[in-house]
Design a protein around this ligand. Structure first.
Ligand code: ATP
Ligand code: MG
Ligand code: MG
Length: 365
C-alpha cells in the first residue's frame, strides 16, 4: 500500500492517521514535538520544524503523497512537494487560507458576503476604518491566528491604543465590523480531484473564550439559509480547486450569511462525523487525496460534540460515566493546559432536539 506523509502531528493529524491506518496505509508524521499525538499512531515520525527543507526532502523520499493538518504550511515547502507530484491538494487553497487579507479579497472577488472590513497597514488607516466601519469592531492579524489568538475587540476609540500595539507587532491587520449574529455555523465538505463535492450536515457552533466549545448538528437554521450556505460553499471550493476536506465558517443573522473564515483541512466542527455519519471528514479526506471515489454521506440525524480542554476535562470525564451515549476521544497530548484541546466527546441520536433535551436533563450541557 501507499505511504502518506502528514505535516503536523496534532489532533487533526492523529484523526487522519487513525483513519488512514484502518484503510491500510503507512504513515509518516513531520512534527517538531517528539511523540506528538499523530506520531503515536504512525509508523514513523520525522522530528523537525515544519519548514525545515532537509526534513521535507527526507519526507518526500519516503512517501507517495503528503497532506497537512493546518493551513500554515510554509509555501516554499508546499511548492517543493507540489513540483514533485506529492501534494494532491496543491498550493492554492493553502496560499489563500493562510492569509486573511488574501482570503477576504478572494471572497469579495467571488461576490461572497463578508463583514465590512478594511486593511490596516499603518496607524493612519485606523482613522478611515473607524469612520467607515465604526464600533464595535474586531481587529485580526493576517497570519497565524487560531482560537481567537491575535484578535482584539474594539468597543470604542478608547481601545485604539491596544490595536496600534497589535499593528506594531504584526505589520498588517484586518479591521472588521463585529457582526451581531444569531448563530455561527460551519459546513465541512470534501472535493475530489475530478471536482465532485460531498457535504456533511451544516453544524452550529458555540464558542467560549473564542474557542469552539460545542457543535450541534444539524444546525438550527432555515432552509433558505441552508441553501445560501451550500451555494457559497460550492462556489468557494470550486474557485480554490479544493482537493480533500475543507471547511467554511459563517455568521448567520436573520436571512443573511457572512463568511468568517476558511480552513483547507478537516475542522473541529466536523468531528461529530466520526460517529454520526457513515463516513467521517477524515476518511473522506484520505479518499480524496488518494484518488478514491467519495462516499455519499449518510447521517444519523442528530449529534452534539463537546471539546475537552485542560480546564473542563475533569468535569466531563465524570459526566461521561453517567451518559451512555457519550463517545470520547483523547488526543494523547503530554501537557495539560487550561485552554488546550485535549479531546472531545460526541453524542449521537436520530433526533437532534430530543438529544439536546436529554443532555440538558442530565446536566451534560
Ligand atoms: P479558529 O480557531 O476558528 O481558527 P480564529 O482565531 O481564526 O479561530 P476567527 O474564527 O476569525 O478566529 O474568530 C474567532 C471567533 O471570534 C469567531 O468564531 C466569532 O465567535 C468571533 N468573531 C470573529 N470575527 C467576528 C466578527 N466579525 N463578528 C462577530 N464575531 C466575530
Ligand atoms: Mg482560524
Ligand atoms: Mg474560526
Amino acid at each position: 500500500g501507499k505511504t502518506i506523509g502528514i505535516i503536523g502531528g496534532g489532533q487533526l493529524g492523529r484523526m487522519m492517521a487513525t483513519t488512514a491506518r484502518h484503510m491500510g496505509y503507512r504513515l509518516i508524521i513531520l512534527d517538531p514535538t517528539p511523540d506528538c499525538p499523530a506520531a503515536q499512531l504512525a509508523d514513523h515520525q520525522i522530528v523537525a520544524p515544519y519548514d525545515d527543507l532537509n526534513a521535507i526532502k527526507q519526507l518526500a523520499e519516503q512517501v507517495d503523497l503528503v497532506t497537512y493538518e493546518f493551513e500554515n504550511v510554509d509555501l516554499n515547502t508546499a511548492r517543493y512537494l507540489e513540483a514533485r507530484g506529492l501534494l494532491p491538494q496543491g498550493t492554492k487553497a493553502l496560499e489563500v487560507t493562510q492569509d486573511r487579507e488574501i482570503e477576504k479579497s478572494l471572497m469579495v472577488e467571488l461576490n461572497q458576503p463578508v463583514a465590512k472590513f478594511q486593511m490596516i497597514k499603518q496607524k493612519q488607516d485606523f482613522t478611515s476604518a473607524m469612520e467607515r466601519i465604526g464600533f464595535p469592531a474586531v481587529v485580526k492579524t493576517c497570519r497565524g491566528g487560531y482560537d481567537g489568538k491575535g484578535q482584539l475587540m474594539l468597543k470604542s476609540a478608547d481601545d485604539l491604543q491596544a490595536a496600534e500595539a497589535l499593528l506594531e507587532k504584526s505589520q498588517r491587520l484586518i479591521y472588521e465590523q463585529l457582526i451581531k449574529f444569531d448563530c455561527e455555523v460551519s459546513i465541512v465538505l470534501t472535493r475530489s480531484k475530478t471536482g465532485d463535492i460531498l457535504y456533511f450536515p451544516v453544524a452550529e457552533n458555540h464558542h467560549r473564550d473564542h474557542i469552539l466549545h460545542m457543535t450541534i448538528a444539524p444546525a438550527r437554521i432555515s432552509a433558505s439559509v441552508m441553501k445560501k450556505i451550500k451555494q457559497a460553499a460550492e462556489a468557494i471550493a470550486t474557485a480554490l480547486n479544493v482537493v480533500g476536506t475543507f471547511a467554511i465558517e459563517f455568521f448567520v443573522k436573520g436571512d443573511e450569511i457572512y463568511i468568517n473564515e476558511l480552513a483547507p483541512r478537516p475542522h473541529n466542527s466536523g468531528h461529530f462525523t466520526i460517529e454520526a455519519c457513515n463516513v467521517s471528514q477524515f476518511e473522506q479526506h484520505i479518499r480524496a487525496i488518494c484518488d478514491l471515489p467519495l462516499i455519499p454521506v449518510l447521517f444519523h440525524g442528530g449529534a452534539v460534540m463537546i471539546n475537552l480542554l485542560g480546564d473542563n476535562l475533569e468535569v466531563y470525564l465524570t459526566r461521561i460515566n453517567q451518559f451512555k451515549q457519550a463517545h470520547f476521544h483523547y488526543y494523547g497530548k503530554k501537557d495539560i493546559e487550561p485552554k488546550r484541546k485535549m479531546g472531545h466527546i460526541t453524542c449521537v441520536a436520530h433526533n437532534r432536539d430530543q438529544l439536546i433535551e436529554t443532555l440538558k436533563k442530565q446536566q451534560f450541557i
